[in-house]
Design a protein around this ligand. Structure first.
Ligand SMILES: [Zn+2]
Length: 350
């Protein structure tokens, strides 16, 4: 028996790459840097002993904006997301219909799969996150209903193309889930988000849904969060209504981990697996394998071990210009996850 372990997605970009991106380097030069960055990331991932890896999202502008880069019908000034430390990120806004992705995540996973023997997973953005780019005042000649219909088609295509490329899993990033309860404590927006994402998942068979997963967290940018103050236990119950087989759940940075584990165990459905976060990506301290193993041993008190997996709390740099964590620390933490998961396996299955 094994306990599955998977990363979330992003790895910090090298200072050299961040510099080149921010100074708008020539396209050809950037392309070469991306290739080098992915090669280095795949190798460093392999050296951690991971079976499932990612390309580190080295060529994505961010986990949410990659399908929008290059579109001519978006502008600045969309929804603003405020973080605890005072900084914020702002989504773009759609200025004209129809809405189509400028690029699909398949290009990243297709490239990485050819360059490693490990299994490669791919993160994509949720329909609910992208739904926020439609302007509150509407768009002339392009109704919100038409936008949602196009959005669902594009999100389905984004996932399906990754599966066709051979992605081990396709993970849908849903960081706005917990945030939605901060903006609307009644849960109405959260319910709307879940229904919208389920419209995308309904396009897939039961077998395909087992290759899909949803990641949730309170945000992880510049080592800061946007919704850690929202009670996780009020968010988790409806989360498992999403029709996917896997959940990648931030946990290591929670204060009361046992309470969260109990809630997961209570609501996780029989055909679902919970990958619990055993690495706090917002802290520079490198976890020990024993510490990771201890958390897994606590988890199996509440979650059947055949439905359990481990992950990191979040990506290490969801936005490309985030310099808060070094690559060395990120990979040391990933190695702690792998070693700690193996240690727990030994104890549990001996
Ligand atoms: Zn996250």
């Amino acid at each position: 028996m094994k306990i599955q372990s998977e990363p979330i997605g992003s790895i910090p970009r090298s200072p050299e790459l961040i510099e080149a991106i921010l100074s708008n380097g020539a396209a050809g030069d950037l392309e070469k840097l991306y290739e080098k960055a992915v090669a280095e990331t795949l190798l460093a991932f392999e050296n951690t002993g991971s079976e499932v890896i990612t390309d580190g999202e080295q060529a994505k502008s961010s986990f949410v904006t990659y399908p929008l880069n290059g579109l001519t019908n978006i502008g600045e000034g969309g929804m603003r997301i405020d973080f605890e430390d005072g900084h914020f990120r702002q989504l773009p806004v759609l200025t004209k219909g129809p809405f189509r992705f400028a690029r699909f995540a398949e290009q990243y996973v297709g490239y990485a799969i050819k360059r490693t023997n490990c299994l490669v997973k791919q993160a994509v953005i949720s329909a609910s996150a992208l739904s926020l780019i439609y302007p509150a005042g509407g768009l002339e000649g392009y109704s919100q209903d038409e936008f949602i219909s196009d959005l669902i088609n594009e999100c389905e295509k984004d996932i399906r193309l990754c599966l066709q490329q051979g992605a081990h899993k396709v993970q849908i990033d849903f960081t706005e889930g917990r945030l939605s309860l901060k903006l609307d404590p009644s849960g109405g927006v959260l319910r709307h988000f879940i229904d919208l994402n389920n419209l995308v998942f309904a396009r897939f068979t039961k077998d395909e849904q087992q290759k899909l997963g949803v990641h949730v967290c309170p945000g992880g940018d510049h080592d800061s969060t946007h919704s850690a103050d929202v009670d996780y236990n009020s968010f988790l119950p409806s989360l498992f209504d999403l029709n996917v087989g896997n959940f990648y759940l931030q946990l290591a940075s929670e204060h009361d981990k046992t309470k969260v584990l109990k809630t997961i165990g209570q609501y996780l459905k029989v055909d679902q697996r919970a990958f619990i976060g055993v690495i706090d990506v917002n802290s520079p301290r490198i976890e020990s394998a024993e510490e990771v193993s201890d958390l897994i041993l606590e988890a199996v008190k509440y979650i059947p071990v055949n439905q359990l997996g481990t992950t990191d709390d979040c990506g290490f740099s969801p936005f490309c210009d985030d310099r808060s964590t070094t690559r060395e620390i990120a990979f040391a933490k990933i190695k702690a996850r792998i070693d700690g998961t193996k240690l727990a396996e030994k104890i549990i299955f001996s």
